[in-house]
Design a protein around this ligand. Structure first.
Ligand code: BES
Ligand code: ZN
Length: 979
């Protein structure tokens, strides 16, 4: 999940799981961030936090508006070379300085090959292992410095690779905080020496979610079974073997796994038959020897021992594809297997480069941190991201499988074959895969209209976070491991995907494809930076006589945060455009900006402005606004026929907003009301998104958005409806404690009424009709539509009493609202179903439904269960928090719960959960009191600076927006009811 798999744990962005549409958490408001909940690391700046409290108290008394300087989270000086060397404690009671003072490893030695032997004991949860690393010295040094985290090193041995002569190691030094281990040598190494370092070590096999860990499930006979699996990205290979754990230290890996006889072991490459056998202390072992991998990064290594079954097939180019799952779920892998074959063939053609390994395994892991992980040749998935049961799973769950499969397959080229040089360019990996996943999915399911959905789940989501003064550039300096975890956010994923989509728009797909092939071929088995991609594209554009300077254009989008709003105004025949940075709140920008947020591009962009006009709606024009703040495009603007309106940013492919003059807004609103089909669904969605966002950002009065959305009484398309409902949801949450809440709610229900009648309760129609039904009914029920209660309770009771199943696409609405309107009996029944179901997507729906209850005892129960892994898996804890936070009556409980369990949660889920936790708990904060309470809480905690600033900035905005707009909305509603 990235910001929480909202699909999986990402919420708002995290996305993650199917929140995208039909479904789940993201549906009601929490739907913008992708923040995976990741590492097991703990932030460690207690002293700083204490200092911060003192400073903060001083600052608050000094200024009337609270400032944010108190939230000093993450020690930014960790990398400061002027700082004293870290001190290490040694076992013999002495201590001495650690010989290296950066979180990044020295470049003096590089690995070329790892031989890893692991004996994985799934009875005693223990691993005995050894690693031999072949490495080359490039500069003289007396130390070898590696990453290692929580491994017990028992012996080590260094020799020359060529002469086999031993080189004595005089001391082992650890610097735990940065997971570093240093071997001090008796003599200095020379440049060009080649060495073999062998380390023997062991570790417990814990039930965590990173490194080499254990996961479990209950089989058909009710027996608990264990598996061993890995999740290494970004910093956890070092939890399984000592290594150079940075993406640019590529090497080949030869892996051997010693496992219980009767289990299966899997890794990136196929195992060489035959197995060897070992007998030892009453255990029967077998050894699997895996073929050597290509040159690759440590974070892509995968090691699995399990008793799963598999189904397999072969691609057009003879790649053996297998999908693994527990025996009881193996009937749910067919969809994933089928599309993997098709998408792999499609990508080989798309990239014009063959898939590099002979086999590709996909496996469903019962306990999994993210949504899926692209280990080369051995992709691991959360169960909901790969298993699909056609009788039980919704269309959204099916689409989720396709999207995740297409995403991880894209990484086999973009990420695995060519890897970002350092995590600063993580967006290259994730943004790219998030863009190409749409092409891959569209290839297998053209009827799903993936590119229309793109604006909803990528562009519009990214624009929410990126409107904050506390956003960040795509390419960003990063060193600390916790900061790296936090880069898996909606900027890397959604903004990355959105700007690539914009790039495709002006470059055209054939040129983009050629450039990608060039880039991948040039850097294969190596590493690259953002600029390398732009260089390849610039070259191809030149060769094709298109001559676009991709480097210059794209730097303005990747090296500074934010995006522009283009104001288009017309006076007679003269049309003018002006750009400025779009900010959610221009008045508070200085409060949330740090000195390092200055941009060398001055917050001005190279914008491809596309548009069409009333006179020629199918004639799309492109004009460049090249970092000029004003543009007069009278010359390009075809005024033939004296058009009434212009629509810019065609299909919302550009990463910018458009603000029109009042006359043009009025003309567009008239058009929507008279014949909205003149504009595409993506354009209608884009207009709504701009109008609402401009009004949330104080650029236009709320009247523009409210007037525009009146046309929705005629709208029957999912994409614009979803955009509008997300904004209405936000608006209602903002006004929840105000007198206008009631009339506003009544109004939104009226607006929904025709589409509720149109779409009905039958699970029929196209893919997007099903999504429309799901989102419309969810919101109607949330607003207590009179038919809803009767309908959902009767369907749910028919299931309880007669076993009449509910259609898969209605389940999330029916389950959730039946629990909301029902009592104990419904809750207990749903809980039982939750425990019993074998369909992971169903389990997720039921878990979310349990959080919608109005019974506070059940709320406290489910919150308590969320921290008891035997009741609710660790991987699903965030779904409970998200669900309760979306429950109007219970959301304050989640805030209280999160505050009181903060340390426990951070301990389990790592620093990256700050982001998710704060977003979940504070989305409904709308008063000065709430702001102060959040401020106080953050002052008392270690929190990562950006997450804290973003949460505070959003709440500050909510408070001011309601203050300044409540009356305007009330007036609009009053005027309307008078009409
Ligand atoms: N590389 C990520 C998995 C990952 C995420 C590792 C965060 C470490 C931290 C993988 O490719 C990914 O992005 N997975 C997504 C699913 C995808 C469809 C967006 C996820 O896990 O949500
Ligand atoms: Zn990814």
């Amino acid at each position: 999940m990235v910001d929480a798999e909202v699909d999986d744990i990402s919420f708002l962005s995290a996305s993650g799981e199917s929140m995208k549409h039909g479904g789940n958490y993201e549906q009601m408001g929490i739907s913008h961030t992708r923040q995976l909940v990741c590492s097991q690391r703990k932030a460690t700046c207690v002293a700083l936090a204490a200092a911060a409290v003192i400073l903060a108290v001083a600052m608050i008394s000094a200024f009337s508006r609270p400032t944010i300087e108190h939230c000093h989270i993450g020690n930014n000086s960790l990398h400061d070379a002027t700082q004293a060397k870290p001190i290490v404690g040694l076992a013999d009671g002495t201590s001495e300085p650690f010989p290296w003072r950066s979180t990044r490893l020295p470049r003096t030695i590089r690995p070329s090959q790892y031989d890893i032997h692991l004996q994985i004991n799934l009875t005693e949860f223990h691993v005995n292992a050894s690693v031999s690393i072949v490495m080359q010295v490039s500069e003289p040094t007396e130390y070898i410095i590696l990453h290692s985290n929580n491994l017990t090193i028992t012996s080590y041995y260094l020799k020359s690779h060529k002469t086999l002569r031993k080189i004595a190691i005089t001391k082992l030094l650890f610097y735990k905080r940065w997971n570093l281990v240093a071997f001090r040598l008796q003599r200095a190494l020379y440049a060009n020496e080649e060495l073999d370092l062998t380390i023997e070590y062991n570790m417990p096999l814990r039930d965590k979610l990173t490194g080499l860990y254990r996961s479990s499930y209950v089989d058909d006979d009710g027996k608990k079974r264990y598996i061993a699996t890995t999740q290494f990205e970004p910093n956890s290979a070092r939890e399984a073997f000592p290594c150079f754990d940075e993406p640019a230290f590529k090497a080949v890996f030869a892996i051997q796994i010693i496992r219980d006889k009767g289990l299966v072991s899997l890794s990136n490459k196929p195992a060489e038959p035959p197995h060897q056998f070992l007998k030892d202390e009453g255990f029967d072992w077998e050894v699997d020897v895996f073929r050597q991998t290509p040159k690759m990064s440590t974070y892509l290594v995968a090691i699995i021992v399990c008793d799963f079954k598999s189904k397999s097939d072969i691609t057009g180019n003879n790649v053996q594809v297998a999908v693994y799952a527990p025996k009881a779920k193996i009937d749910q892998v067919d969809f994933a297997l089928n599309i993997t074959i098709k998408i792999l063939d499609f990508y080989e053609d798309f990239f014009q480069i063959r898939y590099q390994l002979q086999k590709l395994d996909l496996i469903a892991i019962p306990d999994f941190k993210a949504g899926a992980m692209e280990n080369w040749g051995m992709v691991t998935y959360r169960e909901t991201a790969i298993l699909y049961n056609e009788n039980e799973s919704s269309s959204a769950a099916q689409e989720r499988v396709a999207i995740v499969v297409a995403h991880e397959l894209a990484h086999q080229w973009f990420g695995n074959l060519v890897t970002m040089d350092w995590w600063s360019d993580l967006w290259l990996n994730e943004g790219f895969a998030s863009f190409v996943e749409f092409l891959g999915t569209d290839h297998v399911k053209p009827e799903w209209n993936m590119m229309d959905q793109f604006v909803l789940t990528e562009t519009q989501v990214a624009m929410v976070t990126d409107a904050l003064a506390s956003s960040r550039p795509l390419t960003v300096e990063v060193n600390d491991a916790d900061e790296i975890d936090l880069l898996f956010d909606s900027i890397s994923y959604q903004k990355g995907a959105a700007i690539l989509n914009m790039l495709q728009g002006f470059l055209t797909l054939p040129i983009l494809k050629k450039g990608l092939t060039r880039y991948l071929t040039l850097h294969e088995f190596g590493n690259a930076k953002t600029s390398d991609l732009w260089d390849a594209l610039t070259q191809v554009s030149r060769e094709q006589q298109q001559n676009l300077d991709v480097v210059t254009i794209m730097n303005s989008w990747t090296q500074q945060m934010g995006y522009p709003v283009v104001t288009i105004s017309r006076q007679g025949n003269v049309l003018k455009a002006r750009q400025q940075r779009f900010l959610l709140n221009q008045d508070t920008v200085t409060n949330f900006t740090r000195p390092q947020d200055e941009s060398s591009y001055g917050y001005v962009w190279n914008i491809p402005i596309t548009y069409y006009t009333e006179s020629h709606p199918s004639d799309v024009q492109l004009i460049w606004m090249n970092r000029n703040t004003e543009l007069n495009f009278a010359d390009n603007f075809n005024l033939d026929g004296n058009p009434e309106w212009i629509k810019a940013n065609v299909n919302q492919t550009g990463f910018y907003r458009v603000k029109y003059d009042q006359k043009n807004w009025d003309a567009l609103i008239r058009l929507l009301k008279s014949n909205h089909h003149v504009l595409s669904p993506a354009d209608r969605s884009g207009l709504l998104d701009d109008a609402f966002s401009l009004s949330f950002g104080f650029y236009v009065a709320p009247k523009v958005a409210l007037d525009m959305s009146e046309y929705l009484s005629e709208e029957r398309d999912y994409v614009p409806w979803q955009t509008a409902l997300q904004h209405y949801y936000k608006l209602l949450v903002l006004c929840e404690e105000k007198p206008i809440y009631r009339p506003l709610k009544k109004y939104v229900l009226e607006l929904l009424s025709p589409v509720v009648t149109y779409i009905g309760w039958q699970d029929t129609g196209s893919h997007l009709d099903k999504y429309l039904r799901s989102t419309v009914m969810r919101h109607a029920c949330w607003l207590d539509h009179p038919d809803c209660k009767v309908k959902v309770l009767s369907m749910f009771r028919a299931w309880m009493v007669n076993g009449t199943k509910i259609a898969p696409n209605l389940r999330s609405v029916v389950y959730g609202n039946a629990i909301k309107y029902g009592g104990d009996e419904e809750w207990e029944f749903a809980y039982k179903q939750y425990q019993d179901t074998r369909t992971p997507s169903e389990k997720k729906e039921l878990l979310q439904a349990l959080t919608t209850t109005t019974d506070m005892w059940h709320i406290t129960q489910i919150l308590d269960y969320s921290l008891q892994p035997e009741k609710i898996r660790k991987q699903d804890m965030f779904f409970v928090l998200i669900g309760v936070a979306n429950n109007r009556l219970a959301r304050w409980h989640v805030w209280r719960f999160v505050q009181s369990s903060w340390d426990t949660i951070i301990d389990i889920y790592g620093a990256s959960s700050y982001n998710t936790l704060l977003k979940i708990t504070t989305q409904h904060f709308t008063t000065e009191f709430d702001y102060n309470e959040l401020n106080r809480f953050l002052m008392s905690r270690n929190c990562t600076l950006r997450a804290a600033r973003q949460a505070l900035e959003l709440v500050r905005h909510s408070v001011e927006w309601v203050d300044r707009n409540e009356e305007l909305i009330e007036k609009w509603l009053r005027d309307k009811s008078r009409m």
